[in-house]
Design a binder for this molecule. Sequence first.
Ligand code: PNW
Length: 468
Amino acid sequence: MSNNYSKSFPEDFTWGAAAAAYQIEGAWDEDGKGKSVWDAYCNEKGKIWDGDSGRVACDHYHRYSEDIEIMQAIGLQAYRLSVSWPRIMPEGKGAINTKGLEFYDRLIDELLEAGITPWVTLFHWDYPLTLDLQGGWLAEDSPKWFANYTEVVVDSLSDRVAHWITLNEPQCFVGLGHFVGCHAPGHRMGLAKALQIGHNALLAHGMATSIIRTQSKLQASVGWAPVGNSYVPATSNEQDRAAAIRGMEKVFPDSLWNNTWWGDPVVFGRYPEEGIEIYGDAMPKIGPDDFDIIQQPIDFYGCNVYTGIPCKAGDDGEPSEVKLPSGSPRTLFQWRMLPESIYWVSTFLHERYQLPLVITENGLSCHDWVCLDGKVHDSQRIDFMNRYLTQLHRAIEEGADIRGYFQWSIMDNFEWAEGYKHRFGLIHIDYETQARTMKDSAYWYKEIIQGNGTCIFNDSSSAEAVPL
Ligand code: PNW
C-alpha cells in the first residue's frame, strides 16, 4: 500500500514563475531601444552556443498578451519580470525612451487585468552598452547611474507595482561577466577590480532600495535575488551538518560564488571578517558612508537555487566535496539534481538573516520537444519540482519563513552563453514558428497552485534523488 500524504503551504504563500527581459523579449533594436552588453557580446564569435543571441528570443515584446493569457491559464499568482535598462534609457542615463516605458506599462496593465501580481526586477544583466564603454560597473558613478534609472522606473510603474527586486545574482554578473569572462560584457578584470565592481553593485542595490522605499506610490516590498550557494551534508551526523553550514557561510578565496560576501553587507552593513582577511589587498575601496547606503532595510531576501554541493566534514571541519555515484542525476547543464539543496540553503539564509525568504528562481533545464500528440511530456520537470517543493516544505515545517516560490522559467528562453540549447520553461517555444505549447509541467503546476501545494507524493518520489 502506498503511504500517500498531502501537504499544503502557508495560506498567503505566493506561487509564481519568472523570466528576464533579454532572455525573452527580442525586439533588440525596436522602438528606440539602446544596445545592452549582451547585444554586443552575442555578436562576438564563439561566445554563445550555436552563435545565437537574444535578438528575437521568444518575441515576447510583441507576443506578451498571448503569454499573459497562458500565465492566466496556468493560474499563476505572480510573475517576476525584469525591465531592460537600455530599452527605457538607450544610453543608460539621460534621455528616456517613452516607447520603451510604454511597453512595460502595457505589460503591467495586462498582468493586473489577468489577476497576476507583477514582481519587477530592475537589473537582470542587460547593462547599457554605452555605460559599459564609460567604465561600466567599475566607474565610480555607476551606483548613481543605477539610482537614476531606478527613479525613472519607479516613477513610471510604482502606481501599479508593489514588489521589487533590485539586482539579480551579483555572483553571476560580477563573477561570470567581469571576472571569469564567460558572460557579457566578457571582462576578465582580476579579483581587485571584480570586488570593486561588486561593491559598486551593492551600493547600487542600497540606493535603489531607498529610492523605491521613499518614492513608490504604492506601499513597496523590496528585496534582491542573489544565487544561494547550497551545501548538502552527505550524512546526518553533526560534523557533516556543521560542515555544510560552514560551506554556506564561507568566503572562497578565488571565487565570488558565495552567500555571505554579498548578503552580510546588505543585511548587517559589513563584509564578513573572513572575506576581508582572505581578499587582503584586493579589498574594494570603501567610503565612510558606504555601508549606510548599502544596508537598507529589505522586506524579503530572495534566493535563486538550482543545485548544491554534497559534502562531508574534512579533518579541519571544512566542507569537503563528496563524489556522487556515477550516473547520479544531473540537469542538462550538468548541475547535480539535489532536492535537499533548497532545504539547506533556505534554512541557512533564514537563520543567518532572519528575514522573510522568497525563492526567486528554481527550475530544471533539459531537452523538451512537442510529441506527435501535440503535447510536451516533461515528466522529469514535474519530478524535479515535486522533489524540490517537498524539501522547501520541509524547511517551512521546521520554521523557515518562506513567502513564495518562483519557478524558472515561465517559458523556454535564451539561456545566456548556452543559447537555446537549454529549455527551462513551463511553456515550450518553437523558435521557428514562435508557437507556444503548455508542457505537462505547466498543467501540473496549475494543480499545485490551485491546491496551495497540496501535492500528493508517494513513498518513492519523496525519497532523496541522490543516494548520498
Ligand atoms: C540564473 N549555477 O543563473 C539566472 O538568474 C537566469 O537568468 C538563468 O536563466 C537561470 O539561472 C538558469 O541558468 C544561474 O551555477 C547561473 O548554479 C548559474 C547557476 C545558477 C543560476
